[in-house]
Design a protein around this ligand. Structure first.
Ligand code: PEP
Length: 249
């Protein structure tokens, strides 16, 4: 069975004072049933590792370069992330796709680099509001899935996050039916491409304005195996009830 996963994406937030939030979560969730991942900014990874190495939290990064090393000023390789104590890397987040002009082929190349270094990847995909309104969501997601996910994945190494762009940081959340439809369609496409056994073991996260108040309802949806959480992952007091809701689902 798939182990549930709740992943916190701190984005460009957090300095050393915020390590206390990670410490508080680690203490509060020692017996968590779900896997808990936090992706602080790269500057905090080494120190965050000191608070997480004895569990239950695993560390993630928010991006990596597609090359293993070299002349890429300001960039960070997958090997460097692994060396800092990271187990996961989030790739293809809509903010990276928009701010850094990342396309599916870039995300796929980064995923290959991360997998070769021994990291697990959380590959994000999601539609714009206009694409949803034009009834193109499933095609858009299908294209992102085909283009961003490399062939050499396993159920262990790949996690998919469905994150409608219009729901990120806006407080707007798709209906239960809309989330369910997209997650079912992702599972079917994964089955078609990788076969039923691998497809059944890949975790599918929902992301976009997940909060303590809506988490339980979202986690009750079949084919939702957890969440990728932005704003509500910054403070332990907000993230903790979401972790508890996933444990209880
Ligand atoms: C995200 O950026 O991945 C995200 C889901 O953000 P938020 O939870 O703040 O909508």
């Amino acid at each position: 069975m798939r182990r549930k996963l709740v992943a916190g994406n701190w984005k460009m937030n957090g300095t050393s004072a915020d390590l206390a939030q990670i410490e508080a979560l680690a203490e509060a969730h020692t017996g968590a049933l779900s896997e808990i991942m936090i992706a602080p900014p790269a500057t905090l990874l080494h120190r965050a590792y000191e608070h997480t190495k004895s569990g239950p939290i695993t560390l993630g990064a928010q991006d990596c370069h597609k090359c293993a090393s070299g002349a890429h000023t300001g960039d960070i390789s997958a090997d460097m992330l692994l060396d800092a104590g990271t187990s996961y890397v989030i790739l293809g987040h809509s903010e990276r796709r928009a701010d850094h002009d990342e396309h599916n082929e870039d995300v796929r190349a980064k995923a290959r680099a991360a997998l070769s270094a021994g990291l697990r990847v959380i590959i994000c995909m999601g539609e714009e509001l206009e694409e949803r309104e034009a009834d193109n969501t499933l095609d858009i997601i299908g294209g992102q899935l085909a283009g961003s996910v490399p062939d050499d994945i396993t159920g262990e190494t790949l996690v998919i996050a469905y994150e409608p762009i219009w729901a990120i940081g806006t407080g707007k959340v798709p209906s239960i039916e809309q989330i369910s439809e997209v997650h079912d369609s992702i599972r079917k496409r994964l089955e078609h491409r990788f076969g039923p056994q691998i497809a059944r073991s890949i975790r599918l996260l929902y992301g976009g304005s997940v909060k303590p108040a809506n988490a339980a309802e979202i986690f009750a949806i079949q084919n939702v195996d957890g969440a990728l959480v932005g704003g509500a992952s910054l403070m332990a007091a907000d993230f903790s009830p979401i972790i508890k809701a996933l444990d209880a689902s």
